[in-house]
Design a protein around this ligand. Structure first.
Ligand code: NAD
Length: 502
């Protein structure tokens, strides 16, 4: 049965006719399973107006009441996590257990946001001048929006809205049009949790909807996660329209393997972090910078593990890796295997011939692949592939590996594999990347830290969630106050001088 996914505005599904729609696919079979409404400026305007109307009431709702709603949302999320994971898996293609993991990592941010009363405490200084006190308060911004990518349709929105809403803002989410259903489940759960209508809204769409949000005068801030070209565009356009903006972009995550590393751990990590979620993770390992003396050994261990990997539909319990998200994306990823060989790399493992468990012929399949002897000048190295392809770059030593990573325009995640504590410590100090793993391949920070890369992996100065998230979704006000008891009015009368302490 074909579904139709529509917007969520003012606490319910938006029933108006859609001028434009997009198709939703089941990536494992390649068939269209439904349509999604694509918003124009009018629907976006309605969502923003609804969020704006809801703002004063939500801003002034006591912290205790806000937290009660968050706790109820948290419990509903736990109870509905499998339903959410199934929706993610069916539209994205990732295997069910991986989708469950994504929901669990989003839930962590809700856990974090439940502690918002502590996080919103300002400072207070008594007697900054005689009889004068000073204090700071953190206030919400108003209507804030989130624009999110296809690869984590539940988790990435949850990097944003639990914190934004806990801080007292109202929210308009524009999720990826490729897998839009998870956002509506989240909206339903908010309503069930007792969030007032209009505090959380969803508009589906493409560039038209995004532009309408970026240009809308009543949107105070934009959080974006997606590819680097669009992140750069969103950053510029939103800033041009006077908004606070954080725009997280693409990645090329390197794993550095030194000769003293535990090579079994390194091989397990390369395969897990390179091919989990079919490589469609912004923290996926994409390049393996391995010191030449252990490169052949590492590659053999990777080959052995890849040969056992089970690729198949996301809803098949046996599958460890699903299809890619669209046919176009699968073809683009596969094209890097050809260009890599053309430019001089060796195709050590060809995922195009990897068996697929019960996969339909028209599914968007591409098995795990490894290009060896990759050179930094090749397009498979320079560009973000965002699929199940590992590029092995052989390096002479630690210094060459660090130069390689630091010379790359992206700076999202990286990991070093070594048993030398000194080398690891040097690496954490020298490497120009926002999130670093030491013998840990996907160093995604916990919710109480903040997520974000450096260089072309992030435009703006705030990372997502954690205290940086709270900072992004609030603005501080500094108050200087004098309250006098009767008969204690300060002496001095009119004074046109600039106020000084005393
Ligand atoms: P994308 O940039 O194509 O789309 C992201 C969002 O922007 C979607 O909501 C989409 O509808 C919208 N969009 C697309 N084209 C647009 C345009 N021309 N103008 C305005 N909006 C537009 O990214 P994607 O393919 O959905 O996701 C994959 C990308 O996201 C990868 O590059 C990946 O590295 C990146 N990503 C980064 C992080 C991070 O934390 N840095 C996390 C997840 C994904």
């Amino acid at each position: 049965m074909s579904k139709h996914v529509t917007h969520w505005i003012g606490g319910g599904a938006h029933e108006g006719p859609a001028e434009r729609t997009g198709d939703i696919y089941d990536p494992a079979s390649g068939t269209v399973t439904g349509t999604v409404a694509l918003a124009g400026a009018e629907e976006v305007g309605l969502a923003v107006a609804t969020a704006k109307a809801a703002f004063p009431g939500w801003r002034d709702t006591s912290l205790s009441r806000r937290v009660q709603v968050l706790f109820r949302f948290r419990e509903l999320l736990r109870a509905n996590s499998d339903r959410l994971a199934a929706a993610v898996s069916s539209e994205h293609g990732k295997v069910f257990s991986d989708a469950q993991g994504e929901v669990a990592r989003g839930l962590e941010v809700v856990d974090f946001a439940c502690g918002i009363p502590h996080l919103l405490k300002g400072g207070y200084s008594e007697n900054v001048s005689t009889g004068v006190d000073a204090y700071s308060i953190l206030q919400p911004l108003g209507v804030v929006s989130g624009v999110t990518p296809f690869n984590f349709p539940a988790m990435v929105p949850m990097w944003m809205f639990p914190v934004a809403i806990a801080c007292g803002n109202t929210f308009v989410l524009k999720p990826s049009e490729k897998d839009p259903s998870a956002s509506l489940i989240l909206a339903e759960l908010w309503a069930e949790a007792g969030l007032p209508d209009g505090v959380f809204n969803v508009v589906h769409g493409d560039r038209v909807a995004v532009d309408a949000l970026l240009e809308h005068p009543d949107v105070a801030a934009v959080s974006f996660v997606g590819s680097t070209p669009i992140a750069r565009y969103v950053y510029r356009n939103a800033a041009e329209h006077g908004k606070r903006v954080q725009a997280l972009g693409g990645a090329k995550n390197h794993m550095v393997v030194l000769p003293d590393a535990d090579l079994d751990l390194a091989a397990d990590s390369a395969v897990s972090a390179g091919f989990g979620s079919a490589g469609e993770r912004c923290m996926a390992i994409s390049a393996v910078a391995v010191v030449d003396s252990v490169a052949d050994d590492l590659l053999e261990r990777i080959r052995e593990r890849v040969s056992r990997l089970r690729v198949g539909p996301g809803d098949d319990d046996r599958s460890e890796m699903g299809p890619l998200v669209t046919r176009e994306h699968r073809d683009k990823v596969a094209s890097y295997l050809e260009s890599g060989v053309r430019e001089g790399a060796t195709l050590a493992i060809d995922g195009r011939v990897h068996p697929v468990l019960g996969g339909k012929a028209d599914g968007f399949w591409l098995g795990p692949s490894v290009l060896d002897h990759v050179d930094p000048g090749m397009s498979c190295y320079r560009e973000e592939i965002f699929g199940p392809v590992l590029s092995v770059v052989r390096v002479r030593d630690y210094d060459e590996a660090v130069r390689l990573v630091n010379g790359n325009p992206y700076g999202n995640g990286t990991a070093i594999f070594t048993n030398d504590g000194g080398a690891a410590r040097r690496f954490q100090n020298e490497i120009e990347v926002g999130m670093v793993g030491i013998n840990v391949p996907i160093p995604v920070p916990m919710a109480y830290y903040s997520f974000g890369g450096w260089k072309q992996s992030l435009f703006g100065d705030s990372h997502a969630h954690g205290t940086e998230g709270v900072h992004f979704y609030t603005r501080t006000k500094a108050v200087t106050a004098r309250w006098t008891d009767p008969g204690q009015r300060p002496e001095g009368g009119v004074d046109l001088g600039f106020p000084t302490n005393g």
